[in-house]
Design a protein around this ligand. Structure first.
Ligand code: GLN
Length: 284
């Protein structure tokens, strides 16, 4: 017997899969856009082929085992952009929109004709692409150590027709000599979770290299703060996302390194989520 959409949703609820998630998974199976829930609702009696039903059951099972919805449907919305995601990259979080907004304001305030921006550890390309989409005059570079992440980010750039320069690099290490002029804004949402943080148990499916950074979660932030000055133009900014309880530590690291105007921004949940500073020195 073939199943209808109505029966599929009953099956989902029997497996304790959220109704919205089930609808989005169904749209994926039917190869319809993720915004077409109205179609599903209007076609309750639509009959699935046996292979569609099997695929749906498979997706329900994965979802009930905790696979993030974004990996199953293969996409995630970020800052108004639809990004392709895979298990090679961190799923973009709404909290990271704070970093993008700050970068865009910094670009605007700089009044530069062609500000140079670099996104470190770009993953899906979310931050770099959101910046480029909203500041077309900016020259955006995005780096990642993972070739798989970079391939996906590049694909996202092509799909969205946003011109970002993608490069493989361990933070700023690989960029030596490739950039003739420095950057006006360096942004990063690096891994920052402590290696033993119990909260990691809820993040089993994402790449651990995109999540944790040493015992105190600050290993990569320290590296970036040390590397950034030699790549920043005078009055350039370094803007970093970090954990909810790391603002003071990051501010201290920035100040010790010689950054000025050190300040923080809060995310949608009211957590101090980003801290940054200005580099006022001139390189000779
Ligand atoms: N904000 C993410 C989380 O706590 C972690 C992202 C990161 O480490 N950059 O779920």
């Amino acid at each position: 017997m073939n199943h209808t959409l109505a029966q599929a949703l009953v099956r989902a609820s029997a497996q304790a899969v959220d109704r919205l998630d089930a609808q989005l998974l169904m749209l994926k199976v039917l190869m319809r856009g993720q915004t077409e829930r109205a179609w599903l609702i209007a076609h309750d009696d639509h009959v699935l082929t046996p292979s569609q039903w099997r695929e749906f059951e498979q997706l329900l099972l994965s979802r009930s085992l905790g696979q993030p919805l974004a990996y199953l449907v293969g996409e995630k919305e970020f800052f108004g952009l639809t990004l392709t995601v895979s298990a090679h990259v961190l799923i973009p979080r709404p909290d990271t929109e704070t970093l993008v907004e700050w970068a865009l304001n910094t670009v605007k305030d700089s009044c530069l004709k062609a500000p140079a921006i670099v996104d470190l550890g770009t993953g899906s390309g979310a931050v770099a692409l959101a910046i480029k989409a909203n500041a077309q005059h900016a020259q955006v570079t995005a780096l990642d150590l993972s070739p798989d992440a970079l391939a996906l980010a590049r694909l996202n750039g092509q799909r969205l027709q946003l011109d970002v320069r993608w490069m493989e690099s361990n933070w700023l290490q690989g960029i030596q000599g490739l950039q003739t002029r420095g950057f006006d804004v360096v942004v990063s949402n690096p891994p920052y979770i402590e290696e033993n943080d119990p909260h990691l148990a809820q993040l089993l499916f994402e790449p651990v290299s995109a999540l944790t950074a040493g015992a105190d979660g600050l290993r990569d932030i320290r590296t970036i703060i040390q590397q950034a000055p030699s790549h920043l133009n005078t009055n350039g900014w370094l803007l970093l996302e970090h954990g909810w309880n790391q603002a003071n530590a990051v501010a201290q690291l920035l100040t010790q390194q010689g950054f000025t105007d050190v300040q923080s921004r809060t995310d949608l949940g009211g957590n101090t989520r980003c801290t940054g500073g200005k580099w006022v020195f001139t390189h000779t």
